[in-house]
Unconditional design. Structure first.
Lengths: 177, 174
């Protein structure tokens, strides 16, 4: 209850333009949001950019937050930013005809950047299609209920549960196989 | 199994799947959570977080300055409009109080005294003279009738008749 009250107080401060309150929000959510972006893109540099974009958007849009689950609202923005990034990437790929085949596959291959090691989970997640992967990321990084996830994805909760069931079954097979 | 959001997953999945499938779903979620715990995603760099905070602080400062500037512009603009409206209103008000030359050119073709009064002789001297003479004759006739006049009454009446004929002919001559 105290946490909820604290969050409400911090959000009120953010709406008033208090940069310290924004700093608190960043401390609270940066790790989870970064994990969400990293697991979707498999790239540290892109995750850095998307995380920065997310919090800048948060400053711009905080006035439109009218209550309800803040995490749901925040991850909806995060999801939109990721989709914008995908669209931008696809546009660029269209220009580079040499990469048409990779674009048509519609998957994001995990990439190593700056010598980073890609973990096993990242590799197996890369085998899932983009939509399913995003669903799983929303589930495990946003900590939202399935009902909230279904709302973000604007689909019936039954569809969300069925997709989750299939995706996790596959992931389990990949990880244990 | 209760979810982080106090969602009873078994109950939730059983609404859409049979008991065996629901059990399998819950087991898969538990297993996936274990995978994510065992393979944590990298944490964002401290420098990145510091940069984001600095950028946000800078943007907020910029937007505060912009907001203050906008308020000043709005206040100055509103004051200018008020002053302009007040000045125009005052000028119109003063104009109403002290009519200037030429303001009533059309209305002054007919003098106000004639327009508003019953005395039609006011703008015509000849008419005034005739009216005065007629009034004088009327008074004399009344005096004769009342017997105030002394002397020869017949000659007086004849004189009056002559005067009337003269006035009448003068009037028609213009």
């Amino acid at each position: 209850m105290t946490e909820i009250n604290d969050l409400a107080r911090i959000i009120t401060g953010c709406k008033g333009g208090d940069d310290k309150c924004f700093a608190q929000i960043i401390d609270m959510y940066a790790s989870r949001c970064y994990g969400y972006f990293y697991r979707l893109t498999g790239n540290n540099d892109i995750s850095d950019e998307l995380l920065s974009e997310l919090f800048v958007k948060l400053v711009e849009k905080i006035g439109s937050y009218k209550g309800g689950s803040f995490e749901s609202w925040l991850f909806r923005i995060a999801s939109n930013i990721f989709h914008d990034h995908l669209r931008d990437k696809q546009r660029r790929k269209k220009l580079l005809k040499s990469q048409v085949a990779e674009f048509e596959s519609g998957t994001i291959e995990p990439k190593q950047s700056d010598g980073e090691l890609t973990d096993k989970l990242q590799i197996q997640l890369g085998k899932l299609d983009g939509d399913t992967r995003e669903l799983i990321m929303l589930r495990f990084y946003s900590q939202l209920s399935f009902k909230e996830i279904a709302q973000i994805r604007t689909e019936p909760i039954g569809t969300t549960l069925a997709k989750t069931h299939r995706a996790l079954q596959k992931l389990r097979e990949y990880m244990e196989g | 199994m209760d979810d982080r959001n106090h969602e009873n997953l078994r109950e939730l999945f059983e609404k859409f799947f049979d008991a065996e499938q629901a059990e399998s779903c819950v087991e898969n979620i538990r297993k996936a959570e274990q995978f994510f715990r065992d393979h944590p995603a990298p944490e964002p760099d401290d420098m990145l977080i510091a940069n984001i905070k600095a950028e946000i602080a800078m943007r907020l400062q910029g937007s505060r300055a912009h907001r203050i500037r906008r308020i000043i512009y709005e206040v100055v603009g509103a004051a200018a409009v008020i002053i302009f409206v007040a000045a125009v209103s005052l000028q119109l008000f003063l104009k109403q109080d002290t009519p200037q030359n030429g303001d009533y050119i059309q209305a002054s073709i007919i003098p106000t005294e004639i327009w508003e009064g019953d005395d039609i002789t006011i703008d015509d001297d000849n008419l005034a003279v005739f009216t005065a003479q007629i009034e004088q004759i009327e008074e004399e006739v009344i005096a004769l009738q009342s017997g105030k006049e002394t002397g020869n009454g017949d000659s007086t009446l004849t004189e009056l008749e002559m005067e009337l004929i003269e006035i009448n002919s003068d009037f028609w001559k213009g």
